[in-house]
Design a protein around this ligand. Structure first.
Ligand code: CP
Length: 340
């Protein structure tokens, strides 16, 4: 079939490395694959997935997408299957780590045509965590393309699947209003999903309204990326505190939760701050202030904590479509990156 998006050989690590045209070309190919057959163009190709953290949707969609296109998949869990990895350049490896990421990445590149990594934050301050050391180290040393299955900073394949869901639900996303609302969660969740969704929405020309309580800003560099993307696309981005203000006249309400960057290294203080906002969840009453908005969430979702059952299970909810579209976009992305 050949490539349509012109992204052959590229890493898929952060969404901001892709243009609106490239994002749209991949979702167009995903729609074609969803509507028709796809054969086995990845026969003889292989995918190595490395998980440092749990996953349902990403693991299943990556493995089934690659396998259904004829390829071979290996699923490696850090702490169970891998030797403990050293990430520091030039380290004297006389402690716990048995293998350097430099060697693991180069060896996996000999076996696999694509390497996919999931590695979330491991505590510490945000300045350190935001370096995304695991995926950046694999990216530096691997010769095969790297796919981000969610890292500290981004979850590009989630956002790409969401772009397809938005196109299917709204038609052209440009000019539509999306409200990204911080909801309470008993754990400090990663910023990867809200970052990815914010970059995707602004790149596609949507009007993004982010509602978050004090202390829950995005990474400043990613906020600037969203502002630049909005300026380039004719969209907009604004940050408010009040959920009702953010969702007013919205076409889409996207619920998410994320931890405080300022308190990234102080989990107890972060919990104390987050607990002040226990009542922030998406209710039917909140949705009533929208333009009959569709509801989105990347899942897993804490029902009746982040959003009420009445919202998650309402006819306007897109949560299952979002999860399903991860598979269709993943088939498209693998074919585009591998040039088949
Ligand atoms: N949305 C998402 O990435 O789900 P998993 O964490 O289950 O993969």
């Amino acid at each position: 079939m050949g490539t349509q998006a012109g992204i052959q050989g590229r890493d898929v690590v952060t969404l901001d490395t892709f243009s609106a045209q490239e994002i749209r070309a991949v979702t167009a190919r995903a729609r074609e694959l969803k509507a028709g057959g796809f054969g086995t163009p990845l026969a003889g190709r292989s995918l190595a997935m490395v998980f440092f953290d749990p996953s349902l949707r990403t693991r299943a969609s990556f493995a089934i997408a690659f396998g259904s296109l004829g390829g071979t998949v290996i699923d490696l869990v850090a702490g169970r299957d891998l030797w403990p990895l050293e990430m520091r350049e030039g380290a004297v490896m006389d402690s716990v780590a048995d293998e350097h990421v430099r060697d693991a990445a180069r060896v996996l590149s000999e076996y696999a045509d694509v390497i996919a990594i999931r590695a979330l934050a491991r505590g510490g301050d945000w300045a350190q965590a935001r370096r995304d050391t695991v995926i950046v180290s694999f990216q530096k040393h691997a010769t095969a393309p790297i796919f981000n299955m969610e890292s500290v900073l981004d979850h590009p394949c989630q956002a790409w699947g969401d772009a397809l869901t938005l196109e299917e639900a709204l038609g052209e996303p440009k000019g539509k209003k999306i409200a990204l609302v911080w909801c309470y969660h008993p754990k400090a969740r990663p910023l990867a999903v809200p970052h990815g969704v914010g970059v995707m929405a602004t790149t596609l020309g949507m009007n993004l309204s982010v509602a978050r309580p004090p202390g829950y800003d995005f990474d400043p560099h990613v906020e600037r990326t969203m502002s630049r993307a909005a300026t380039a696309s004719g969209g907009s981005v604004r940050f408010v505190e009040d959920m009702a203000e953010a969702v007013r006249d919205a076409d889409v309400v996207y619920a998410a939760s994320w931890g405080s960057l300022d308190l990234h290294a102080s989990p107890e203080d972060e919990r104390a701050l987050r607990d002040r906002y226990r009542d922030r969840r998406v209710t039917r009453e909140l949705m009533a202030g929208t333009r009959e908005a569709r509801f989105m969430h990347a899942m897993p979702i804490r029902r009746n904590v982040e959003a009420d059952d009445a919202v998650v299970d309402a006819p306007g909810s897109l949560v299952i479509e979002q999860a399903a579209n991860r598979l269709h976009v993943q088939r498209a992305l693998f074919q585009e990156v591998l040039g088949v």
